[in-house]
Design a protein around this ligand. Sequence first.
Ligand code: XMP
Length: 525
Amino acid sequence: LVLILDFGSQYTHLITRRIRSLSVFSLCISGTSPLSAITSLNPRVVILSGGPHSVHTPDSPAFPAGFIEWALENRVHVLGICYGLQLIVQRLAGVVRVGEKQEYGRMEIEVEGNSGIYGNKRIGDRQEVWMSHGDEAVQLPEGFEVVAKSQQGAVAAVENREKRFYGLQYHPEVTHSPEGMDTLQYFLFNVCRVTAGWKMENISDEEIKVIRDTVGAEDHVICALSGGVDSTVAATLVHKAIGDRLHCVFVDNGLLRYKERERVMETFERDLHLPVTCIDASEQFLRELKGVVDPEVKRKIIGKEFIGIFDAFAHDLEQKLGKKPLYLVQGTLYPDVIESCPPPGSGRNHSHTIKSHHNVGGLPKDMKLKLIEPLKLLFKDEVRHLGRILNVPEAFLKRHPFPGPGLAVRVLGDVTEGNALEVLREVDEIFIQAIKDYGLYDLIWQAFAVFLPVKSVGVQGDQRTHSHVVSLRAVSSEDGMTADWYYFEEKFLRYVSLKICNSVRGVNRVTQDITSKPPSTIEWE
Ligand code: XMP
């Protein structure tokens, strides 16, 4: 195991992913975790991430007391990146001070001296790297040597081979450091002698075993499917482990996309052979949403309705089976787990509620169901890979994310007003189909249409119209936390706009949302 201690760098997840891409298992935990949390994982290598802090700031985050002694005693290799390097230097009685020249962006570094970490490079070799730091190490702890310097003469890489401590002042994990992956790979395989063996096939087998051991031979499990990638892959895995003791439910809340219920149910039954109970609760949801315009109130109502339905589903199962289902499957992913325990000062603790996101599978605490979260160590691309191994159809795995509250956050204002939902479904379907036809679907993180509660004047067939306005939104993003609007070619936009106005009754104006996140959010509500 390669353990990453997170000190708040925006690139920390990237280090974890890069290492996993070398078939080496890596985990990331908060850099301020107690020593027992680190030692219990028994890592071969620990990487200290970068971060936005200065080691001189009072209360700047640091690894726990005893970490250095533990690493030395257990012959663990430690690599500090950026702030991580400065922490090592400072804690081992070297000197870090505010750099005379701060270094941000692309820099050239030169390899000096015989080195462990650059063992595959020659002295004098130069490479471009991505720097982002204000402080610099000016006096190294005893036994450390400088093995690379920046073009400005600042320390770029240090090591103490005997103690197995290494440090890079730049970020090897970003693509702007073109040889960074090469260095990481050499460090892991040649310096730390880590072996590659972490494969998705093994994870699938291991998870199935863990699920079987957890659930035992008799107990039952429920799973709320949203039709999205995560819950589908999680359910497929659990189904493989315990068969028909898994009971899946798909709720039609009346806020689904065009023919979504039919499409999702067909995939589950035909392609995945997964028995799913479909509950049509559309009337109930729409009744509760009637007249509601406040986005937060809409979200809360939807969350409450879902909970009531899951509750009733669990109760029905208990009557039928004569036994309470004890477990609930959730498609929680690793970024959600990391986000829930960020290091102090990383700016990743969401102190403001921008939107009340709720997972479709969210159930009240008093249901006392125990959670099974088979994907909680995986990133989204790894979940897709696992899905492929489990034969989940490709079209399903590549689907854009869809929010739990569905079209309710895409019809601005009262969702039950007039035929807003029907109009939106048709417009959205034309837009998405066009994106697919133009071969753009996989290039876009998420695309959808929004129904605006305004009417505008138009002229169609020589007649004055007073009809609805819709907006098209498409964004590129890594993880949905930030996003940029997607640039469509004129030809595409002309085609979509014309097709929408010509085929959807009641729409005479198509607009495009050209706002990034921030300042907007991806969804409009
Ligand atoms: P925002 O609008 O906050 O969305 O920029 C970021 C990502 O999250 C999705 N989203 C949700 N997903 N329940 C979900 O499961 C929700 O309540 C919810 N709200 C937004 C959104 O579609 C985008 O991918």
